[in-house]
Write a protein that binds this ligand. Sequence first.
Ligand code: PLP
Length: 394
Amino acid sequence: MNLLSDRILNMSTSATLAMAAKARELRGEGKDIIGLSLGEPDFNTPDFIKDAAIQAINDNYNSYSPVDGYVELKEAIITKFKRDNNLTYTLPQIVVSTGAKQCLANIAAVMLNKGDEVLLPCPYWVSYSDIVKLNDGVPVEVKTSIETDFKMTPEQLEAAITPNTKMMWFSSPCNPSGSVYSKEELRALADVLAKYPNIYVVSDEIYEHINYGEGHASMAEFDDMYDRTITVNGVSKAFAMTGWRIGFIGAPEKIARACNKMQGQITSGANCIAQQAVITALNASPSKVKYMIDEFKVRRDLVLGLLGDIEGFNSNTPEGAFYVFPDVSYYFGKTLRGKTINNATDFSLYLLEEALVATVTGDAFGNPNCIRISYAASQEQIIEAIKRIKDVVS
Ligand code: PLP
């Protein structure tokens, strides 16, 4: 009998965290690594949110909160959904969890049975596939290409649907491609789904505010999709609050109640101080965090401009999030500084070892031709990192 379960033995380690660990190890050896692998803002949490947390501590918020979150927080989430997304939810439709990641884990646990297929337009966020597998679901990758800005077309969606398709999960803005689905594009996907009323959608909108284009659209905005869309969001990215671990869903009531029940046995709810601070964050105008978005946009343009000068880096123009996802397959089969590059993992490791720049292989996101470069780093770091990359691939 194995000490460890098949469940954990079959799970892959998060590639982004693995790369960060390797970068840390090299740093420990004294190497000057520039980290462009992690998906977290390099800003501090804004002071007005920190102050609310300090106030909550002084007000003796120290007991378990309701499992699905404080009512005041759920009310702030309802107001946020109405204000930013034109979505109407009621209290029993909202569940607050320990990050959007736990929201996704809850959804998979309460909705998937063995063999249920979950469509994942590629590239997708690293954890989707393992969360689905952990819950006996079958991830079904729908390959997209740079020609369609890494967005799934209605034809691709239709072709991927089988009698076992239970759900579709996607993020817009997308981690890792930065692609943003317009309202028209979402409508075209919804038109396909209209023919399959049993398929549910997870619309992961965690990068909602980090959007440089025409604005954000939610799948649940369409009347015919509202009852079968679970809208996932949180404060990690736009409010620079990754470590505070608060995410939330707006969902059909039956699903929200199931997530609440699941969470009641697993975590007893999210951290009470963080929940109190998030009430303040969500009640504030999104314009309060615009300075971060403006800076991300400057960096996006900087990265695209600098990468554009390097042979073999073929990028789309990300409209949101803080990543670029260049296709680097030009280098496959080539030998650089005595090292043969066979795939994106080799390339990413090569950049770490030779340029001392940490990126993440696209393999982890379901696209083996690309690497992900995070621009949640200072402009100086970005300029230096891309200069180093250019040097080692020339
Ligand atoms: N969804 C996407 C697309 C993400 O990129 C991330 C974090 O990287 C998450 C969800 C998880 O967010 P949280 O920190 O709220 O768990």
